[in-house]
Write a protein of this length. Structure first.
Length: 567
């Protein structure tokens, strides 16, 4: 893929630049992105993908896509394939650098044996509840396990029997022998292996013990020759354990762990566990629901890889946690789509117009530019006849002072077509406006004033006789408050936005859209950017997802929405 390297500098690049200058690791730069295949990736993972792959690319190295597949209870090949698809969609290839922690199960087991032989690990027979009770607190030290002083020979025997499947789940664990009085709780004899009689997606029934994350990650990094292990800030307190494991086995190298702040985005959540809850309890229509912050959801909504990479570049890489406004992400999407997206006309809330002085049997075609600043996109023709549809919001019977669109007796310009003036308003028995009668100026063809007079508004339209009726989905924020988790005592699902999806069953679109290809982008003039849904669309029946509005209207609404949801 032809893509300019991300030029932005950050503290991680500065560290690596100094390492390269000092010829540390012989000048090599190898990073890794190690997702757990227990769910779909979200926009926070996109930041890590761009950082890890982009950093390695910048220094002429490579990044390993390594699946941390050590918990078969929650993992599946569906998640594996979705992750590979997401990484490729973002523009990064892994080719021969596709790896799995399970590739190293035998080596990890042998490293665990090394720790036992060096009296650095022991088999503990406490239950999980007993281990938690003896772990201590942030202010009180932990208590040594009564099994801590088992002999090396006994530990080796028990660990071998764990490997052979003699014990039930939870009957024994292998623990590191470090310091139960350490101020860092992660160093209080953490578990390294546990018994799990579960079939693994890749190794089948070959193993019934599986290594823990902290033991697996550092050794997998070392086995792969990773030079810089980039991870989020919650692993900062785990770094001493990362280093301890590598220092106490015969690891081939000692990668450097560097932490950065994770991405937090307002009006959504970034917990894979809670996102799973939304999916499993049918609050959303799957992992790729366009309201979800998952990469697959963003893709189906119409976000582009370039826009996501640009967003990750804009927010930068820091050591300080902060919450990014959703508008920053949406601005990246607008900036990218503005340059590449053809313009069309569509009406979401149709109001019928009859031009009384236009011949009933006449049909004209007007030439319309596909992009106002890019002539290379060419033009198209749009049909025009006596009856049209305009957007219902473009007419007010009794308009306020600063409303310049259509009103009784007011002249406006129809985009590409004519000047028209509303002469009569027709209502149904309930008082709802159903039709506007208008007159047009035949000398204003092409929307040009014949005598220099000016109108203050230009509105879009479609021919009622030729319009194509389509389903359009209008997406908005998933939650009504910036921080749905907030007070941990409250239920985050109570803040789900009931207006996050509005279905327009029969939007009236210009006929050129009838055969729109799935995964195509369009700007509906004055309404926003739309994407032909690649899942639900059928030949001759495209369905459109609104990717983003033309401007950030939520910023003005947000204080009101937040206030209405207080408490």
């Amino acid at each position: 893929m032809n893509r300019a390297l991300n030029p932005a500098s950050n503290f991680i690049r500065q560290i690596i630049e100094e390492d390269v200058r000092a010829n540390k690791n012989d000048g090599r730069v190898v990073t890794r992105f190690p997702p757990e295949p227990n769910g779909y990736l979200h926009i926070g993972h996109a930041k890590s993908i761009c950082l890890n792959f982009g950093t390695a690319e910048h220094f002429g190295g490579h990044c390993n896509l390594r699946f941390d597949d050590t918990n078969p209870e929650k993992e599946s090949l569906e998640y594996v394939e979705s992750i590979k698809r997401d990484v490729r969609w973002l523009g990064y290839e892994f080719d021969k650098h596709l790896l799995h922690a399970s590739d190293y199960f035998q080596q990890l087991y042998e490293y665990a044996v090394q720790l036992i032989e060096r009296d650095k690990a022991y088999v503990c027979s406490l239950s999980a509840e007993q281990m938690r009770a003896q772990r201590g607190t942030l202010t009180a030290p932990g208590t040594n396990s009564p099994f801590r002083n088992r002999s090396i020979a006994e530990n080796l025997d028990l660990f071998t029997r764990m490997r052979q499947g003699e014990f039930d789940d939870g009957e024994h664990v292998l623990r590191a022998k470090i310091d139960m009085a350490s101020p860092n709780i992660n160093m209080r004899d953490p578990a390294l292996y546990r018994v799990r009689h579960l079939s693994h997606q890749l190794t089948g029934d070959s193993w019934c013990i599986y290594p823990m994350y902290d033991f697996t990650q550092c050794l997998s990094d070392a086995i792969e020759g990773v030079t810089h292990s980039l991870c989020t800030l919650e692993f900062e307190d785990h770094r001493p354990l990362y280093d301890w494991v590598l220092d106490n086995v015969d690891a081939p190298c000692h990668p450097q762990q560097i932490e950065f702040s994770r991405l937090s985005l307002d009006y959504t959540i970034m917990s894979k566990r809670l996102l799973t809850e939304l999916v499993s309890e049918n609050y959303v229509a799957g992992w790729d629901d366009p309201r979800m912050p998952t990469i697959s959801g963003l893709r189906r909504r119409g976000y582009t890889p370039a826009s996501v990479r640009d967003f990750c570049d804009r927010i930068g890489v820091t050591k300080k946690d902060n919450i990014i406004e959703m508008g920053v992400l949406e601005n990246s999407v607008r900036a990218d789509l503005e340059l590449r997206t053809p313009r069309v006309m569509g009406v979401l809330r149709p109001l019928r117009i009859v031009i009384d002085n236009y011949p009933d049997d006449r049909v004209e075609e007007f030439e319309a530019a596909n992009h106002p600043q890019d002539a290379s996109m060419g033009t198209r023709t749009v049909p025009f006849c006596r009856e049209l549809y305009i957007e219902r919001d473009d007419f007010l019977e009794d308009p306020p002072k600063k409303f310049f669109r259509m009103a009784p007796g007011r002249e406006v310009r129809l985009r590409y077509a004519y000047f028209i003036t509303c002469t009569d308003v027709i209502k149904d028995n309930a008082g709802n406006i159903v039709t506007l009668h208008c007159r047009y100026d035949p000398d204003s063809r092409g929307g040009k004033s014949p005598d220099g007079r000016k109108v203050k508004a230009t509105i879009h339209w479609v021919s009622a006789r030729h319009a194509f009726a389509a389903e359009v989905r209008l997406y908005d924020r998933l939650f009504t408050v910036p921080d749905p988790l907030g007070d941990k005592e409250r239920d985050f699902k109570s803040f789900l936005n009931g207006e996050s999806l509005k279905l327009v069953a029969s939007a009236q679109l210009e006929p050129s859209l009838a055969n729109a290809e799935p995964a195509s982008h369009f700007q509906f003039e004055r309404l926003g950017y739309f994407y032909v849904d690649p899942v639900d669309s059928m030949p001759g029946m495209p369905r459109f997802n609104r990717t983003v509005t033309l401007r950030d209207t939520w910023a003005k609404q947000a204080p009101r929405n937040a206030a209405s949801n207080k408490g």
